[in-house]
Ligand binder design. Structure first.
Ligand code: HEC
Ligand code: HEC
Length: 266
C-alpha cells in the first residue's frame, strides 16, 4: 500500500514540476539555439520616444513638462536649461554625444542615493537638480509646473519595466589618470571650449555658462571631478567630443577652480 502511495506521490510531483517549474524557468531566460543563455527578457531595450505621442489625458502635461526641460529660463529665468546637461530633454541613449539621459529614470525611483541617507523619490531628484544645478528654488510639489515635469518624466519611461537596470542612465564610468593639471586645463579651455562658452566661462546666447554667477552651484554633481570629466569626455566640444582622458580631467580641474554660486540649500 505504502509503496503504491509513494509512487503516485512521486509521479504527481514530477508532473507538477514539469507543468509549473520548467516553463517558468525557461520563460525567465531565453535560450539561444546552442543552449547558452542570452540576455534576460527584462533587460530594457532603448526605443526613441516622441513626447507628442503621449495619450490625450496627459498630452498637455507631458508637452508642457518637455518644454520646461528644453526652455527652462523661459519659465524660471537664469541661463541654464535642464536640456543643457540632459540633452534633448533627456531623450537620448546617453553615451557619446548623449548628455545625461532621463529615459527610464522614472522607473528607477524611489531608491537610495549616494548623496543622501534616505530613500529619495523622482520629485526629490528633480528638486535637487533645480536647486543644486540650476540654482533655482524648485516649484512646489502640487504646482502645475512640477506636475508637468513629473508627467513628462513618467511618460518617457513608459516602455521601461519598473526597477529594471537601465544601462544608459548616468554617465559612463571612466578611470581617470591621476594628477590633474589645472594650468594645462586652462590651455585646453582656450583651445577647445572658449569659442562657444566665452573666455570668462559666461557662455553666450546659444551656449550655457560654465562658471560665474549664472552657472551651477558648488553642490551640483557637476562640481565633482569624476562626474564632470566623464561628461566632458563624452560630450564636449558639443557634437565633436575628442579630448583625451588627461585633457578632460585637466580642463575639469581648471573649471572646478573657478568661482560659482554657493548652494544655500533652497
Ligand atoms: C561648438 C560649441 C561648443 C564647444 C566648442 C564646447 N561646448 Fe560645451 N556646450 C555647448 C552647447 C551648445 C551646450 C548645451 C547643449 C544643449 O543644450 O544641447 C554645452 C554644454 C556644456 C556643458 C553642460 C552645461 C553647462 O553649462 O554646465 C558643459 C559642462 C560643457 N558644455 C563643457 C564644455 C567644455 C569643458 C568644453 C571644452 C572641452 C566645451 N563645453 C566645448 C557648446 C559647446
Ligand atoms: C548642470 C547640469 C545639470 C542641469 C542643468 C540639470 N541636471 Fe539633472 N542631473 C545632472 C547630473 C550630473 C545628474 C546625476 C547623474 C548621475 O548621477 O550620474 C542629474 C540627475 C537628474 C535626475 C536623476 C536621473 C537618474 O538617472 O536618476 C533627474 C530626474 C534630473 N537630473 C532632472 C533634471 C531636471 C528636471 C532639470 C531641470 C530642472 C535638471 N535635471 C537640470 C545634471 C544637471
Amino acid at each position: 500500500m505504502n509503496l503504491i502511495r509513494n509512487c503516485m506521490l512521486a509521479i504527481i510531483l514530477a508532473i507538477v514540476f514539469a507543468i509549473i517549474v520548467l516553463p517558468y524557468y525557461g520563460g525567465l531566460c531565453a535560450f539561444a539555439d546552442d543552449g547558452t543563455t542570452v540576455v534576460p527578457r527584462y533587460m530594457p531595450v532603448y526605443r526613441d520616444i516622441n513626447p507628442n505621442d503621449a495619450p490625450e489625458n496627459i498630452h498637455n502635461a507631458v508637452m508642457s513638462g518637455y518644454d520646461i526641460l528644453i526652455n527652462t529660463p523661459g519659465y524660471f529665468g537664469g541661463k541654464l536649461s535642464c536640456g543643457n546637461c540632459h540633452f534633448l530633454g533627456g531623450l537620448t541613449k546617453g553615451g557619446k554625444d548623449g548628455g545625461i539621459s532621463l529615459l527610464g529614470a522614472a522607473a528607477t525611483y524611489p531608491r537610495g542615493s549616494a548623496g543622501e541617507a534616505k530613500v529619495i523619490d523622482l520629485q526629490t531628484a528633480v528638486r535637487n537638480c533645480f536647486s543644486k544645478s540650476l540654482n533655482i528654488s524648485p516649484p512646489p510639489p502640487q504646482s502645475r509646473q512640477m506636475q508637468s515635469i513629473i508627467a513628462y518624466l513618467h511618460w518617457i519611461s513608459h516602455d521601461i519595466p519598473i526597477y529594471s537596470k537601465v544601462p544608459w542612465l548616468g554617465l559612463p564610468p571612466v578611470s581617470l589618470p591621476q594628477n590633474p593639471d589645472a594650468q594645462n586645463g586652462g590651455k585646453v579651455y582656450s583651445t577647445h571650449c572658449a569659442k562657444c562658452h566665452a573666455k570668462d566661462g559666461s557662455g553666450n546666447k546659444a551656449t550655457p555658462p560654465l562658471w560665474g554667477q549664472n552657472s551651477y552651484t558648488n553642490a551640483s554633481p557637476f562640481n565633482n571631478q569624476n562626474i564632470f570629466s566623464a561628461f566632458v569626455l563624452f560630450n564636449m566640444p558639443k557634437g565633436n567630443a575628442k579630448l583625451s582622458q588627461q585633457q578632460a580631467q585637466n580642463v575639469s580641474s581648471f573649471i572646478m577652480s573657478q568661482s560659482r554660486p554657493f548652494w544655500v540649500g533652497k
